[in-house]
Every structure is written in C-alpha cells, then in structure tokens.
Write a protein that binds this ligand. Structure first.
Ligand SMILES: NC(=O)c1ccc[n+]([C@@H]2O[C@H](COP(=O)([O-])OP(=O)(O)OC[C@H]3O[C@@H](n4cnc5c(N)ncnc54)[C@H](OP(=O)(O)O)[C@@H]3O)[C@@H](O)[C@H]2O)c1
Length: 273
C-alpha cells in the first residue's frame, strides 16, 4: 500500500545521501517529521531510500516516495524494465510518484514513446502518481494533449527565491498543477541574502526556513536536501512559518533569473532572463 494523501508539501531531497551515512541522515529526517523522500535512478540513493522506509518504523503508507526515470532509459525497450529495476532496488511494489527526469534532448527519443511508457507504468501499478521534471511549458502542453488534463501530478523544476520562473508558475497555477521546487535553497546560497535574513530574524527561524516557507506560500512543493541534523531541523521549521503578504512581496522581489542547473541536455527554458 502506498501513501494515499496529498503529496507532502515539504519533502527531503536525497541527492548525495549515498552509503550508510545517507541512510542515517534520512532516518534522522524521518525522526524530525519528514514524510516524503525524493530519489532518482541516477542518484545512487534508491537503495538507501528503501532501507530508510524499512527501518523507519513507519508503515509504507505513511511515507511518500518519488523516483525518476533517467534520460538514458527513455527508449521504449529500456523504460519499463528500468522502472521495475527501481522498484526492486527500493524494495517496494509501487512508488507514490514516478517522474521523467529530463525530456529527451531534441526529441532524440520520440516524446510519445516515453510519455506513453510513463502512463503505462501507472496502468501497471508501478506508480500511484506520475509526473515530469525539467519540462518547459511547450512540453507540458504536449503532455496535456497526449495524456489529457490532470494526468500529471507535478513538474519538478529548479525554483528558489533567486529563480522564481513566473511564466511557468502562472501556467501551472492555471492548470491546477503544483510545481516541485528542486534546489529550493540554491544549495545554501539563500542563507547569505540580507533581506531573507531580516525576515528570518523577525520570525525567530533561520533563513532557509523563510526561503522554503515562501516557496510553499507560492503553492510549490519543496524538497531541500541536507546531511546535517541541524540543517534538517532548520529546514523543517519552514512548516511553522506564515509570511505576511508584505513579506511574500519582499521575497518575490528577489527573483533575478539566477539558474544554477543548466546542462547541455536542457530544454529551452521559459524564464531564461
Ligand atoms: N529533478 C532534477 O533535475 C533535480 C536536480 C537537482 C536536485 N534535485 C532534487 O532536489 C533536491 C534538493 O536539491 P539540492 O540538494 O541540489 O540543493 P538544495 O536543497 O538547494 O541545497 C542543498 C545544499 O544546501 C546545504 N543546506 C541544506 N540546508 C541548509 C541550511 N539550513 N543551511 C545551510 N546550508 C544548508 C546542504 O548542505 P548540508 O548537507 O551540509 O546541510 C547542501 O549542500 C536534491 O537532493 C534532489 O532530490 C532534482
């Protein structure tokens, strides 16, 4: 049985949480209250996520688990076997959310092939929900036409106070689909921002909690990562922060289109400044 509620709005990124230290950090996060683990075929943390699920003391339906199909596994013959391998590596019958990690560059793999593969993974019960990652609006539109309205639970994108992607945000709102903000702390860079620090002092929390509270206030799901107990706690504190409309506006003013992740395989971004 998988998680049956809505996607927990604050999750844990697991990139970098490899080996035994990775499992210990994830178990610490669960103890703090995190209930959503984000992994991928390419992170080498699917095994650690599975071990965490089993050692957490929680029922399977109390934890939300996401994995992502790598861009090297999009071909028809690779797609579903790769998902079955992920399930075996994690040690579950079904993940809660299965994402396409990156669209195929220049449609080297036909779009329909892997998007229908994703839908088929859901039909076969490999995933309760399906979604995408690093999809610009043009690909979201192709998805809507191919799979229908509401087929996709989320689009996971780089979003933080310095990269707020307003076009994509407005499109996703109109579609009623939440975005998932990856790298929501801009790898810790939000901690050095004076305006975020000023708001943090007023709320008696650290700057990372303000960045995350802002993103959640915008309606996004957030998946910050940390291997340190102090930072895991500081980030989790975001759930108890409510920013005023004026503070939300101050945070919106920090957008400067600062993109950190832009590999050669990237699609044409909607909000490229
Ligand atoms: N779909 C995609 O293409 C994609 C791409 C990138 C990432 N992701 C997902 O998004 C997750 C998060 O992204 P990310 O890990 O790259 O970046 P991030 O969450 O923005 O930042 C993580 C980094 O910030 C530090 N940090 C965390 N909390 C902190 C705090 N309170 N104060 C100061 N520093 C802090 C961490 O160091 P410590 O460990 O020392 O705390 C770590 O180096 C990943 O783990 C992954 O699951 C997805």
């Amino acid at each position: 049985m998988t998680y049956s509620g809505p996607i927990p709005q604050l999750g844990l990124g697991t990139f970098g949480r490899t080996g035994d230290a990775g499992v210990e950090a994830m178990l610490k996060a669960i103890e703090i209250g995190y209930r959503h683990l984000d992994t991928a075929q390419s992170y080498d943390t699917e095994k650690q996520v599975g071990e965490t699920v089993r050692r957490s003391g929680l029922r399977r339906d109390e934890l939300f688990v996401t994995t992502k199909v790598a861009d090297t596994m999009l071909d028809k013959e690779d797609f579903l076997p790769s998902v079955e391998r992920s399930l075996a590596t994690i040690g579950v019958d079904q993940v809660d959310l299965l994402l396409i990690h990156w669209p195929s560059q220049n449609d080297q793999v036909p779009f329909e092939d892997y998007m229908l593969g994703l839908a088929e993974a859901k039909n076969r019960g490999f995933a309760r929900l399906i979604g995408v990652s690093n999809f610009p609006i043009a690909d979201l539109e192709r998805t809507r036409k191919l799979l229908g309205e509401g087929a996709i639970a989320t689009n996971q994108m780089e979003i933080h106070p310095f990269l707020q992607t307003p076009k994509l945000r407005d499109y996703s709102r109109a579609m009623g689909m939440p975005l998932t903000a990856y790298q929501p702390l801009a790898k810790g860079e939000v901690n050095a921002d004076p305006s975020i620090n000023a708001i943090a002092t007023k709320h008696g929390v650290g700057p990372s909690a303000i960045a995350l509270a802002f993103l959640m206030g915008e309606g996004h799901i957030v998946i910050p990562a940390s291997g340190s107990e102090a930072n895991l706690r500081a980030n989790y504190a975001a759930l108890s922060v409510a920013l005023s409309p004026a503070e939300m506006d101050q945070m919106r003013a920090l957008n400067r289109g600062y993109r950190r992740i832009d590999p050669a395989k990237s699609p044409r971004w909607d909000d490229q400044e």
